[in-house]
Design a protein around this ligand. Structure first.
Ligand SMILES: [Zn+2]
Length: 348
């Protein structure tokens, strides 16, 4: 299947009542791990790259690796998403390259650190939507500000400082016309999300429920949603790592989100931990090895394992064959003729 729009994946997920994992990549092995996991579980999947990933890998390498993935796995609906675009220009350059959806994170100023005003966020997000939709490209916006920092992007803090206000979420969705909405509910980027198993005082799943109630048809996105499982932390530390004890977002909380309109679930840290643990193990147990394949193969397999598990837990497993690709040109027509309207349904 050619690269399809994330909007199509999310519309299908809403119909099927499941969530779709959006997994971050920087290199070939990560893309391979995700595609093998998608094949193994028969899952549609979103692969996403941050600005940091684009800088690390170079746009053309990333894009052609994604084309290879689409060609090698014709049975898998696959989209290529820009994670946390910081400006209009960043989003435009991603669309020109061939990304099939972009996130305009206007919750922060273009420095990627300073919280922006609501009006600034609406303005830049609307501008990206106006550029993207006529080209058939979907847009994710963010309202509220996530915690933590990853790839140099983020406001820092705990994630509780700028939680999403449901009324503002409604106004934001109405004024921007985004296809999906990332909400700030206490999650953070990076490995250090929570200092103990999160409860309702730090992970505001009630907010997801409240936003979904107001915007029942809007696709919601959970960022910073690695579960940071203990066994992956333990492998890293068992073989010489020095991770401080930390807690992620429990899978059952993500599943509660999926029951309440969450259609895209962003996962990066879990993949990073799996890869690092596997490489450390090879280095510690067989220090005589020096062929990169000797540690990259187990690293890739470890990432595949955690990604396949998440695909099953999010419910996307088994859904790859449910639908045919809609071309990006036809997506553009849909935005134009209103069949892909992004005017949100709002309820009290
Ligand atoms: Zn994020």
């Amino acid at each position: 299947m050619p690269l399809v729009s994330t909007r199509q994946l999310l519309d299908e997920a809403a119909k099927g009542g499941y969530g779709v994992g959006a997994f971050n990549v920087n290199n070939m092995e990560q893309i391979q791990a995700i595609m093998e996991a998608a094949k193994e579980t028969n899952s549609p999947v979103i692969i996403q790259a941050s600005r940091g990933a684009r800088a690390y890998a170079q746009d053309l390498y990333l894009y052609h690796l994604m084309l290879a993935a689409a060609e090698l796995y014709p049975q898998i609906p696959l989209s290529m998403h820009l994670d946390h675009g910081n400006s209009y220009e960043t989003c435009v350059s991603a669309i020109e390259l061939g990304f099939t959806s972009v996130m305009m994170d206007g919750s922060l100023k273009p420095d990627g650190k300073t919280p922006a005003t609501f009006e600034e966020n609406v303005e830049v997000t609307r501008k990206v939507v106006d550029y993207a939709h006529p080209r058939g490209i979907a847009v994710e916006g963010e309202i509220g500000v996530l915690g933590g920092v990853e790839d140099g992007h983020g406001a820092g803090g705990t994630g509780l400082e700028h939680l999403t206000d449901p009324d503002q979420a409604v106004e934001f969705a109405e004024r921007t016309g985004v296809d999906s909405l990332a909400v700030a509910i206490g999650t953070s980027h990076g490995a250090y999300k929570f200092t103990k198993k999160p409860d309702g005082s730090v992970l505001k799943m009630d907010l997801v429920v409240a936003i979904h109630k107001r915007l029942p048809k809007t696709h919601l996105v959970m960022h910073g949603s690695s579960s940071v499982p203990q066994d992956l932390q333990d492998i890293v530390n068992q073989y010489g790592g020095k991770l401080k004890q930390t807690w992620g977002v429990p899978v059952e909380e993500i599943q509660l989100g999926i029951k309440n309109g969450v259609r895209k679930v962003n996962v990066d840290t879990d993949s990073r931990l799996a890869i690092t643990g596997a490489i450390r193990k090879v280095f510690a147990e067989t220090p005589e090895k020096f062929d990169p394949r000797d540690y990259l193969k187990p690293a890739r397999a470890a990432m595949q394992k955690v990604v396949a598990l998440r695909m099953t837990q999010f419910g996307q497993a088994g859904h790859a064959g449910d639908y045919k690709a809609i071309s990006i040109a036809d997506m553009a027509k849909g935005y134009k003729n209103g069949t892909l309207s992004t005017k949100p349904e709002v309820s009290k």
